[in-house]
Design a protein around this ligand. Structure first.
Ligand code: PMV
Length: 346
């Protein structure tokens, strides 16, 4: 079986293995899955059991400065703080960077600024790994096609494969053992009226990583096969609704997909429950609003926070009903002007 190092070697065979610059900056947007990825057919290469589909969040994401350092270890900073090299995220990122040292002895300073809550089920690892890959591409001046960068980002975190583009992105599961056909594909759909609302109910870092949770679900849920079977239909129907700009249909599919994911997690052993009482309360509130005529829907990832889906025409009602909501326009034409300076837009 191919290892991550084999995949990287193959992809970068004809490209430079010595950095051409010393400092680079790159930005990648966070993405929210409307049709979720949950489970791997190959855990080393992050190859998924199903195709998934997401929307990127414009200027919300990770800006990463990458620098060669002259010490004998990487230094990883997140939002201004040096991370303890022994925590699992530092180890995960260092292992990922190992793939790009080739035969050389260089190490990196990685400084990431994320303008979304980190590790609270708001897709922070996705934009983090995508930004690192975009920065590596600049540092070595590879100028790789985005689809190749998507494969590299996937090796860091599965959902990172979708953070290379703005807008709607489909991550095709692929069928090849080495993952050469498992990458993000941007969909040619603009939807300027669509809005995503971030409702942060608990900003603290989750205690169970999505990596562990998804593997436990795959291994222990009696319903896992039913989940993979239903994903095909969900993704296809979702795409149809997106192309037709049919908001209600799209949002109903996305909401049902998230609910099914969380039901699936509950069926794992031991059960996985990311929702807290506030999550449940807010879901009921959303359903009440809908009954009263406000077209608002939600999706939820590996954390207690919710993301609302609604249209521009309802912004005022949404703001009144959910005062703490952070509203994102995924198709904001000026999104690049809003990212912290220096980040090259994805
Ligand atoms: O790529 P990971 O390991 O962060 O997993 C992402 C899992 C979900 O956010 C729950 C679903 C998804 O498709 O993004």
């Amino acid at each position: 079986m191919d290892s991550r190092a084999d995949v990287v070697k193959q992809l970068l065979m004809d490209y430079a293995s010595e950095p051409a610059s010393t400092t680079v900056v790159a930005f990648a947007p966070a993405n929210i899955a409307l049709c979720k990825y949950w489970g791997k057919r190959n855990t080393a290469l992050n190859l998924p059991t199903t195709t998934s589909l997401s929307i990127s969040l414009g200027h919300l994401g990770a800006t990463t400065t990458l620098r060669l350092n002259h010490r004998s270890t990487d230094c990883i900073k997140l939002n201004g703080e040096v991370l303890d090299p022994n925590i699992s995220f530092s180890k995960r990122l260092r292992n990922f960077l190992d793939l790009f040292r080739f035969e050389n002895n260089f190490y990196f300073d990685v400084e990431t600024h994320s303008n979304i809550p980190v590790a609270a089920g708001l897709a922070s690892s996705a934009c983090g790994f995508a930004a690192v890959v975009l920065a590596l591409d600049q540092l070595f001046q590879w100028q790789l096609p985005k689809k190749t960068l998507s494969i590299l980002a996937r090796l860091g975190s599965g959902s990172a494969s979708r953070s290379l583009w703005q807008g709607f992105v489909e991550w095709r599961m692929g069928i090849q053992d080495n993952g050469s056909d498992s990458m993000g594909i941007p969909l040619d759909i603009e939807w300027p009226e669509l809005r995503v609302g971030l409702v942060v109910l608990d900003p603290s870092a989750k205690t169970l990583s999505s990596r562990e949770a998804m593997q436990s679900t795959v291994l222990t849920s009696p319903f896992y096969e039913a989940w993979t079977n239903s994903q095909k239909g969900d993704c296809a129907n979702l795409k149809q609704a997106l192309y037709a700009h049919d908001f209600e249909r799209m949002a109903l599919i996305a909401e049902a997909n998230a609910l099914r994911l969380h039901a699936l997690m509950l069926s794992a052993s031991p059960p996985i429950l990311y929702s807290n009482p506030e999550t449940i309360h807010t879901i009921h509130h959303i359903w009440d609003c809908r009954k009263k005529g406000l077209p608002v829907f939600f999706t939820q990832d590996a954390g207690p926070n919710l993301k609302l889906l609604f249209l521009e025409k309802d912004i005022d009602s949404i703001q009144k009903t959910f005062p703490a909501v952070q509203i994102v326009n995924p198709f904001e034409p000026n999104w690049a002007a809003k990212i912290p300076s220096g980040g090259h837009p994805a």
